[in-house]
Design a protein around this ligand. Structure first.
Ligand code: NDP
Ligand code: MG
Length: 396
């Protein structure tokens, strides 16, 4: 390692952001924080600035920026506070930056992540929604700029580790038969179907193995997360939806597998702690300590597998449908899901209605080509509008 790498952490106040900063802090000889962003957790952002002394911090509004700037100055820090999407894009693309952790949740992460891609940065991709929305354009931009795209999502990081180095030649060319994407099944794997009507946001967010932000926790409960990951895997590894099989594995120890034509199946295992894939992506192709405890196979004792039940997890079926339709369908799916999940978290809709809303929006919205970013954002906006109409029609 020649010099200290400058890292921008987009979404620093979130679950992935904090895990990233934990890994970075273990290696001050390798990594320095260049910029941090927050959205609503501003006290936490201030504390992170004190701890990591970034050159820049980014917040959503000018008034918030002024307050934070005053506080930082009073604390003797020279961190400069920037504002909004423009600020996020600036710190993602700054010539001094080596790597960008894309860990903003949802569609809000798309433009800043793409700014990092266009600037040819090393992208540590957690923000799967960005890739789901704009897959073809995103991958085209990666190829054009020569940016290095490293998956942080634990399953995709596992697949990346189990793939041969030249997988970009095509799965068929490198002897890969299929990708086996593991899923924990979430908190409702065994809940009687009749009780799903009554589950609360707190129950949906109580994931058995992982501690995550609220949106992805609900996505994990509904398995929309696995559906988004199926689409993510297709783009990252140039796979067809039919080449990606979802396997429920409740212990979350095997993070995914690659099945080769000679019958070999390679898997990556580890404790369910995001610091492992984060450290892997940060230091690739080297390895660094992540702070994660060694895996204790004797304590785990057994590994179980089962096929997903589409009646229990209709969101998985809807995501596969969108993956197969391609073009604007994944952006439509993603936007309807974001609005529906937010409504569920606010107590405005029941849990099974998340899937009903998405299905209706997908059925009503035509699939159109997305040759440019504007088309992606139009599909996103139309799906949000249709989801809003559903909520209004049902008095929510
Ligand atoms: P969190 O909700 O914990 O964090 C989200 C981050 O994004 C926070 O820093 C938040 O700021 C910021 N943010 C929220 N809305 C906006 C917005 N409109 N504009 C700018 N910033 C915003 O989520 P996670 O860390 O769990 O997830 C982040 C991403 O990583 C998601 O795309 C998720 O799918 C993906 N991921 C997460 C995993 C996990 O284990 N958590 C695993 C694999 C992927 P603030 O908190 O200050 O409001
Ligand atoms: Mg995942």
């Amino acid at each position: 390692m020649s010099r200290v790498q400058q890292v921008t952490v987009l979404g620093a106040t979130g679950s992935i952001g904090l895990s990233t900063l934990d890994v970075i802090a273990r290696h001050p000889d390798r990594y320095q924080v260049f910029a941090l962003s927050g959205f609503s957790r501003l006290k936490e952002l201030f504390a992170l600035c004190v701890r990591h002394t970034p050159r820049f911090a980014v917040v959503p509004q000018a008034a918030i920026a002024r307050d934070l700037q005053d506080e930082l100055r009073a604390a003797g820090l020279r961190t400069e506070v920037l504002v909004g999407e423009e600020g996020l894009c600036q710190v993602a693309a700054d010539p001094e930056v080596d790597a960008v952790m894309a860990a903003i949740v949802g569609a809000a992460g798309l433009r800043p992540t793409l700014a990092a891609v266009h600037a040819g940065k090393k992208i540590l991709l957690a923000n799967k929604e960005a890739l789901v929305m704009s897959g073809a354009l995103f991958m085209q931009a990666v190829r054009k700029s020569g940016s290095l795209l490293l998956p942080v999502d634990s399953e995709h990081n596992a697949i990346f580790q189990c793939m041969p180095g030249d997988f970009a030649r095509g799965l068929g060319q490198v002897g890969v038969r299929r990708i086996l994407l593991t899923a924990s099944g979430g908190p409702f794997l065994h809940t009687p179907l009749s009780e799903l009507e009554h589950v609360s946001p707190e129950q949906a967010c109580a994931h058995p193995n992982w501690s995550m932000g609220r949106k992805i926790s609900v996505d994990s409960a509904s398995m929309m997360n696995k559906g988004l990951e199926l689409i993510e895997a297709c783009w990252l590894f140039d796979a067809k939806p039919a080449q990606v099989e979802v396997v429920i594995h409740p212990q979350s120890v095997i993070h995914s597998l690659v099945d080769y034509i000679d019958g070999s199946v390679l898997a990556q295992l580890g404790n369910p702690d995001m610091r492992t894939p984060i450290a892997n992506a940060l230091s690739w192709p080297q390895r660094i300590d992540s702070g994660v405890a060694p895996l204790d196979l004797f304590a785990i004792a057994r590994l179980d597998f089962q096929a997903p039940d589409e009646q229990r997890f209709p969101c998985l079926r809807l995501a596969r449908q969108a993956a197969e339709a391609g073009a604007s369908a994944p952006a439509t799916l993603n936007a309807a899901n974001e609005v529906a999940v937010a409504a569920f978290l606010e107590g405005r809709i029941r849990y099974p209605e998340i899937a009903s809303i998405i299905e209706e929006v997908l059925n009503r919205e035509p699939v159109v080509a997305v040759d440019e970013l504007d088309a992606v954002f139009s599909a996103d906006a139309r799906a949000r509008e249709l989801t809003g109409q559903w909520l209004k029609r049902h008095g929510r």
